[in-house]
Write a protein that binds this ligand. Structure first.
Ligand SMILES: NC(=O)c1ccc[n+]([C@@H]2O[C@H](COP(=O)([O-])OP(=O)(O)OC[C@H]3O[C@@H](n4cnc5c(N)ncnc54)[C@H](O)[C@@H]3O)[C@@H](O)[C@H]2O)c1
Length: 443
């Protein structure tokens, strides 16, 4: 079936969620432009979720974002609306485009909306049984040509496809958060994926201006294959340091080193909170089910039992988790023994400074280096000093770098990633790292 025909009737399942709403936006904008360019064709975008309130919020979000997009695209829109003499002012044209976007959208709580769809994007909860149930229903409802592109972060596609009767018709389409902004798209292609689906997946990604990194169909794929093990390394370091410094302090130390010494945007525990401690546990469980590789953390289970979950509020603010936050910045650490947060005050910071030793070069920061044209040379010179660490901070950072590199290399050795560069690109684009984990800084 021709891709242009497929693109005339699309469905997003889980459309009002964090990922679903971004995917819906990308597809809605693309469809509106397509419709303006192909006036003889009919285009439909079905957005399915389980909550009417959330779907109404989604429609408002789509309208607001369509207006913002149109404001950036006035030259293109002028050409597309050349025959609309009634659209004199730019403001009128922008409103017309927002209307165009919503004209093609149908929202609802039932999968029946998808019955004519030949491409379905799924971004419902990360629960295998739920996804299989949805796919079975879609397989029964949709045309037999229907292809399914799932945003799953960890579940092997082959398992989902086989259990739902969609063998060869499911592909992993792993957008990163937020999908409308993040350039990276990890495409996970199961061995028996139909060639037409492979090609369609890449062509759509190109259309959406995404940078594609291919991954093999092994639980966790590249992104979580690295992140989960990186997180487990941080937790193991805490366990070790806790014997000497106590649990709470150990968490703070590892979090600090993994941000400030490794020059990452967030410390490892802040990142786990950002993703959600519950999501971290869920993904670990999926990976352990399929890989049987000791991917388990009793500490994470304990946090969840105590209701320590992290994640974000509906407005995007960081909720407390392993760390406590004020204005998005960590200000405390959860103490599982007292079930309360211990504040990181000035005295604490001084104490941890003394333990870690001076930062090797305070001028080196994640933020400052992002657009630095000499970044690579500076990173190389900075990390060269970590070969012979003289402080606890440098030692922890050097161990972290080596662990992170070993995880990356293993992803290639296990066939999850095709090459070192793919692992590095996922970490740099998807996790905003300044450098890939597979590097020669400590060689
Ligand atoms: N959040 C991330 O950073 C991220 C990144 C990459 C991939 N993912 C993956 O994307 C998917 C969605 O994650 P999310 O973070 O957006 O979750 P979310 O909880 O924000 O959204 C899930 C949405 O699915 C809807 N849903 C649940 N059951 C449904 C059903 N039966 N029918 C229709 N809709 C249903 C929910 O109402 C919700 O709106 C998961 O597979 C997750 O692993 C998430």
């Amino acid at each position: 079936m021709e891709l242009n025909t497929r693109l005339q009737n699309l469905t997003v399942v889980g459309a009002a969620g964090k990922m679903g709403s971004g995917i819906s936006l990308l597809l809605a904008l693309d469809m509106a432009y397509r419709a303006l360019e192909n006036k003889d064709r009919t285009y439909v975008l079905n957005l399915v979720d389980i909550s009417d309130t959330a779907l109404q919020g989604l429609l408002r979000y789509l309208r607001d974002q369509a207006i913002k997009d149109a404001e950036r695209q006035t030259t293109r829109l002028r050409q597309l609306y050349a025959d609309r003499e009634d659209l004199v002012e730019n403001g009128e044209m922008i409103q017309a485009f927002a209307d165009e976007v919503l004209t093609h959208v149908r929202t609802g709580k039932t999968l029946a909306l998808a019955q004519d769809s030949t491409l379905v994007f799924e971004a419902a909860f990360e629960k295998e049984e739920l996804k299989i149930g949805l796919y079975k229903e879609l397989a029964a409802l949709c045309p037999k040509e229907m292809y399914l592109l799932t945003n799953t972060s960890s579940i092997p596609l082959q398992a989902l496809a086989e259990a739902s009767g969609l063998k060869g018709r499911v592909i992993g389409y792993h957008f990163y958060n937020p999908p409308a902004v993040q350039k990276l798209l990890e495409i996970i292609t199961p061995a028996d994926c139909e060639p037409e689906l492979r090609e369609a997946a890449v062509a759509i990604a190109k259309n959406l201006r995404k940078t594609v990194v291919p991954s093999n169909d092994i639980a966790g794929f590249i992104g979580n294959g690295h992140f989960m093990r990186d997180g487990l390394h941080g937790l193991k370091e805490v366990e070790r340091l806790a014997k000497e410094h106590g649990y709470v302090k150990a968490v703070a130390l590892v979090n600090r080193v993994s941000r400030d010494w490794l020059l990452r945007p967030m410390g490892i525990f802040q990142l786990i909170d950002y993703v959600g401690v519950d999501v971290f546990q869920l993904i670990l469980r999926v990976m352990e089910k399929y890989l049987k590789d000791g991917l388990h953390s009793p500490v994470i289970d304990r946090y969840i039992e105590m209701g320590v979950k992290g994640g974000q509020t509906s407005s995007g603010a960081q909720k407390d988790g392993i760390l406590q936050y004020e204005k998005g910045q960590p200000v405390g650490v959860f103490d599982p023994d007292t079930k309360s947060y211990v504040k990181i005050d000035e005295a604490w910071t001084k104490e941890s400074d003394a333990l870690l030793g001076a930062h090797p070069d305070p001028s080196m920061t994640w933020k400052g280096l992002q657009k630095d044209s000499e970044r690579e040379a500076k990173l190389r010179a900075y990390f060269a000093g970590f070969k012979n660490p003289s402080t606890l901070g440098m030692q922890l950072a050097a161990d972290y770098l080596r662990a992170s590199k070993a995880v990356g290399q293993r992803l290639v050795a296990d066939g999850v990633a095709h090459r070192d560069e793919d692992v590095n690109q996922v970490l740099m684009l998807g996790f905003f790292h300044l450098y890939g984990p597979i590097n020669s800084y400590l060689d």
